[in-house]
Design a protein around this ligand. Structure first.
Ligand SMILES: NC(=O)C1=CN([C@@H]2O[C@H](COP(=O)(O)OP(=O)(O)OC[C@H]3O[C@@H](n4cnc5c(N)ncnc54)[C@H](OP(=O)(O)O)[C@@H]3O)[C@@H](O)[C@H]2O)C=CC1
Ligand SMILES: CC(=O)N[C@@H](CCC(=O)OP(=O)(O)O)C(=O)O
Length: 347
C-alpha cells in the first residue's frame, strides 16, 4: 500500500479524490487537508461532503477522514510522510506547496493550473501572478494520460493534471493532429459548455443558482486557450460557456482537413489513437454529458463533410473526474506502474 493524502479535501475535486481513494486497492488514503484557517477544519468528511457520509475511517487511520488544517510550515513534513499527494488547491497555493515539497520523495499530482504552461511569461499573463519555479516547471510532466503515458511513467516527481476544458478539447482534437489530417491554415474552433461545479465550491455571484443560464465567458482570453494550444501544437479559437447543470463538459470542435482526406482516414485516426485506451469510448452517436457524469470516461463522436472538408468532433467528460480527480488517479496509476484504470472502473 502507498500512503496517500489529499490537500484541498473540502473542495469539489477533493471530494471526488476521497471517493476514489477509499476504495483504491493500492493508494491508502491516510489524511485529508484543508487550509490552516478553513471553515471546515476538524470536521469529518461526511459533514463537509454529505454524499460521503457512509465512508468510515478504519482503526489504523482514525484521523484519515478528518479535515486537518495545514500551514506552509508543515507541508514539507507531510511530503516526507506520504508516497503520493493529490493537490486539489487554488493555483497560487499549489505553486508554492509544490516548491515546499520538492525535496521529498512524494509523487505529486497537481490538479491546478500552476504547472501546466511551459512558458512562464504566458503563465503570468493568464494566471495573473509570476511563476517563481521554472526549474519545477521543466521537470513536470503534463498528465494528459492517453497521450503522455510514457512521460508520466518516467516522471521525476510532479504531474500537472490537465484542466477540464483542455482534457475534453485535446482528447477530441489530438487524433486529427497526430495523423496530420488538418489544414492548419484554418484554426480549429472549440466551443465548450461546462456545468457549474467547474467553478469550484466557493460561492460566487456567477455560479449562483439564480444567475446561471447559458452564457459564453472568457471569450478570446480564457486561460485554457494557451494550454490547449501548447498541447495540440496549433492555435485554436476556444470559447467556454457556463450551463445550468451541475457536472460535465461538452466540447464541440470544428476543424478543416487537408485535401484528399477521406472519412476512412478520420475514422482510422480515432481508432488508432484510442483502440487500447480503456477510458476513452468512441461512440456511435453524439454523446451527452449525462452519460459521462460520475464516470472517468471521455466519450467521443465525429462527422465529416468531404465537400466542405469540415470535421466536427464532440467530446464529453465529467469535469470533476476525467477533467480533474479521476485523471489525477489515472496518472498516479500509470506512474506507479499499475493498470491505468485501477480504482476507477467498478462493474
Ligand atoms: N472544479 C473543476 O471542475 C476543476 C478544478 N480544477 C482545479 O483543481 C483545483 C481545485 O478545484 P476545486 O475542487 O473545484 O476547488 P474548490 O474551490 O471546490 O476547493 C478548493 C480547495 O482548496 C482549499 N484551499 C483554498 N485556499 C487554500 C489555502 N490558502 N491553503 C490551503 N488550501 C486552500 C479549500 O479548502 P478550505 O477553503 O476549506 O481551506 C478547498 O479544499 C483548482 O486549482 C481548480 O482550478 C481542475 C480541473 C477541473
Ligand atoms: C465553469 C468554470 O468556471 N470552469 C473553470 C475551469 C475549471 C478548470 O478546469 O480548472 P482549472 O484550469 O482552473 O484547473 C473556469 O472557467 O475557470
Amino acid at each position: 500500500m502507498m500512503k496517500t493524502c489529499v490537500m484541498g479535501a473540502s473542495g469539489y475535486t477533493g471530494a471526488e479524490l476521497i471517493k476514489i481513494l477509499v476504495t483504491h486497492p493500492t493508494f491508502d488514503l491516510s489524511a485529508c487537508f484543508v487550509s490552516h484557517n478553513s471553515a471546515d477544519a476538524h470536521k469529518g468528511v461526511g459533514e463537509v461532503h454529505p454524499q460521503l457520509a457512509h465512508i468510515q475511517a478504519n482503526d489504523a487511520h482514525k484521523n484519515a477522514l478528518l479535515m486537518q488544517p495545514l500551514a506552509d510550515e508543515q507541508v514539507e513534513q507531510i511530503g516526507h510522510e506520504h508516497d503520493i499527494i493529490f493537490m486539489a488547491l487554488p493555483h497560487e497555493v499549489s505553486h508554492h506547496w509544490a516548491h515546499l515539497l520538492r525535496n521529498t520523495s512524494a509523487k505529486i499530482f497537481d490538479l491546478s493550473g500552476a504547472f501546466r504552461l511551459s512558458d512562464t511569461n504566458t503563465f503570468e499573463r493568464f494566471y495573473g501572478f509570476k511563476h517563481a519555479y521554472p526549474e519545477l516547471m521543466q521537470q513536470r510532466v503534463y498528465g494528459l494520460a492517453e497521450w503522455h503515458y510514457q512521460q508520466i511513467q518516467n516522471a521525476k516527481q510532479l504531474i500537472a493534471v490537465p484542466g477540464c476544458y483542455p482534457t475534453a478539447s485535446l482528447l477530441g482534437l489530438k487524433p486529427l493532429m497526430h495523423s496530420a489530417l488538418l489544414d492548419l491554415e484554418k484554426m480549429p474552433i472549440i466551443n465548450a459548455v461546462s456545468g457549474v461545479s467547474g467553478a469550484g465550491r466557493k460561492a460566487s455571484m456567477t455560479s449562483s443558482f439564480y444567475e446561471v443560464s447559458l452564457q459564453a465567458y472568457g471569450v478570446l482570453g480564457h486561460r485554457h486557450t494557451p494550454e490547449i494550444e501548447e498541447f495540440a501544437n496549433s492555435d485554436v479559437i476556444f470559447t467556454p460557456h457556463l450551463g445550468a447543470f451541475k457536472r460535465g463538459i461538452l466540447a464541440t470542435i470544428t476543424a478543416f482537413t487537408s485535401e484528399h482526406v477521406t472519412e476512412q482516414d478520420i475514422d482510422q485516426a480515432f481508432v488508432d489513437a484510442y483502440a487500447n485506451k480503456p477510458l476513452v469510448r468512441l461512440c456511435s452517436q453524439w454523446p451527452k454529458v449525462d452519460q459521462v457524469a460520475h464516470t472517468p470516461f471521455c466519450d467521443i463522436h465525429w462527422a465529416f463533410d468531404k465537400d466542405k472538408r469540415c470535421v466536427v468532433v464532440t467530446s464529453a467528460i465529467d469535469n470533476l473526474l476525467k477533467g480533474a480527480a479521476s485523471q489525477a488517479v489515472q496518472c498516479a496509476n500509470i506512474m506507479c506502474k499499475l493498470d491505468e484504470t485501477t480504482g476507477l472502473i467498478h462493474a
